[in-house]
Design a binder for this molecule. Structure first.
Ligand code: C2O
Ligand code: CU
Length: 445
């Protein structure tokens, strides 16, 4: 939907028909269908309202947008939560064009898991329009055969790789067939709106070039595959095949590649010249000064209490009942994860621990993540786009991002200019990891 400035997103429970389910699912959505797509022009002032028709408080976080702190949607840290029946206006002018997402930052396992999320595209990064602009929104639902939700979190998931959905969808269908013009240059935008799944995105049937990562333009480079964690976005340009030909979007991070969508060519060819991997206008972001950086090393690890539990032998009661320690830990409000040995308590966003750092406005910040766990962690920073400088395991070019995957045993260095004053979150975007401790915040004075 093209925004003309003001728009209200109404969060509420709505019946949703999901593929292959006998009954409707009681989804929580911002509209009648999941994942509204809002479109704005670069430079346009926006007033986006949240009308909260849920029975619990909520908020909207504009993920990937460098908004003023008061518009960032983090309860208690940047605003009071929006109570049931109440509304809140988010007013900002997106500083950069690009592909961003939005979602609640309250009870996120449930609110995000049940479908509260959307896409905000800020146009203005193309020199010349593509022939087609195709969006693929990936999401896995956790729903029983009868359409009801399965538990959105489990102790094994929260303490492990996360609790995966059992129904993969692209644009709310199982494997959509999207019709595109033949022999045309298209822009394919892939958005991971799942809370857990890390995909390895690839294309079959055409040579694709990566043109943007997390909504930030990159110098085009050929796509082999790209690991796409929760909340991450990947944009590609490709030339579609001749009439009847098909291009497939795949996830290779599985035993057998999973087809996510098929793009079928229709009509006569739009173009006959050779395809050269068309790119976007370069991203304009404050350039970190790397001449004498202060490096903040942050270890991604297990929480102290999880480490203690891990050392205990399973408990077997006299009657033979085995006690699952993970379950016991989780149901007692225990945490599993920590950033630099510190764990955010399980009380939502209230009772925030002290900030992990205070930065001066305008200073270059370099963070080096070291993942000492067995799970990958897509680490996200609010309020800033950062430059991914280096990574020790997954090959990636230097690029701008707002979420970066840190693989097990990997060291990843990022840098940004701390130019946006306020209190900003940093957390893993596997939402169960975030909720069980892997969350922190920093202050820019
Ligand atoms: Cu998309 Cu704090 O998150
Ligand atoms: Cu994580």
């Amino acid at each position: 939907m093209q925004l003309d400035g003001r728009f209200v997103l109404t969060a509420g429970e709505r019946e949703l028909r999901l593929p292959g389910r006998a009954n409707a699912t009681p989804a929580w959505l911002y509209g009648d269908t999941p994942f509204p797509v809002l479109r704005a022009r670069h430079g346009q002032a926006l007033d986006l309202g949240l009308q909260n028709n849920l029975k619990e408080h909520s908020s909207i976080h504009w993920h990937g947008l460098r908004v003023p702190n008061a518009m960032d949607g983090v309860p208690y840290l940047t605003q009071m939560p929006v109570l049931p029946g109440r509304n809140f206006s988010y007013r900002f002018t997106p500083p950069d064009p690009g592909l961003t997402i939005f979602h609640p930052h309250c009870n996120t396992i449930e609110q995000f898991g049940r479908g509260l999320a959307g896409v905000l595209i800020v146009d203005g990064d193309e020199d010349e329009p593509f022939d087609d602009d195709v969006l693929c929104v990936l999401k896995e639902w956790r729903v029983a055969e009868d359409g009801s939700f399965l538990p959105l979190t489990t102790p094994q998931g929260a303490g492990g790789a996360g609790t995966f959905g059992n129904l993969r969808t692209t644009n709310n269908e199982s494997v959509p067939e999207l019709i595109v013009s033949s022999g045309s240059d298209i822009r394919l935008r892939v958005v991971n709106l799942d809370a857990t799944r890390i995909g390895e995105i690839g294309i079959e049937g055409a040579a694709a070039h990566v043109i943007a990562i997390d909504g930030n333009a990159v110098t085009p480079f050929p796509l082999e595959t790209w690991r796409l964690g929760p909340a991450m976005r990947l944009e590609l340009s490709l030339r579609t095949p001749n009439e009847g030909g098909a291009v497939r979007l795949l996830d290779f991070f599985a035993q057998e590649p999973v087809v996510l969508a098929t793009l079928t060519s229709h009509g006569s060819n739009r173009r006959n010249d050779a395809f050269a991997g068309r790119g976007l206008k370069p991203a304009v972001l404050p350039e970190p000064d790397l001449s004498s950086p202060r490096v903040h090393a942050l270890t991604l690890g297990a929480s102290a209490i999880a480490t203690q539990y891990a050392k205990l032998a399973p408990i077997v009661l006299p009657d033979g009942t085995r006690i699952d320690l993970l379950d016991a830990l989780c149901s007692n409000g225990g945490t599993f994860w920590a950033i630099d040995g510190k764990t955010w308590p399980r009380a939502g966003h209230q009772d925030a621990p002290p900030p992990f750092a205070k930065f001066n406005r305008g200073e270059t910040v370099v963070i080096e993540f070291l993942n000492t766990t067995k799970q990958p962690h897509p680490m996200h920073l609010h309020g800033h786009s950062f430059k991914v400088l280096s990574a020790s395991r997954l090959q990636r070019p230097v690029h701008w991002a707002d979420t970066v995957l840190v693989m097990p045993d990997e060291r990843v260095r990022i840098a940004f200019v701390a130019d946006n004053p306020g209190n900003w979150m940093m957390h893993c975007h596997v939402i169960e990891h975030q909720d069980t401790g892997m969350m922190a915040w920093f202050e820019i004075a």
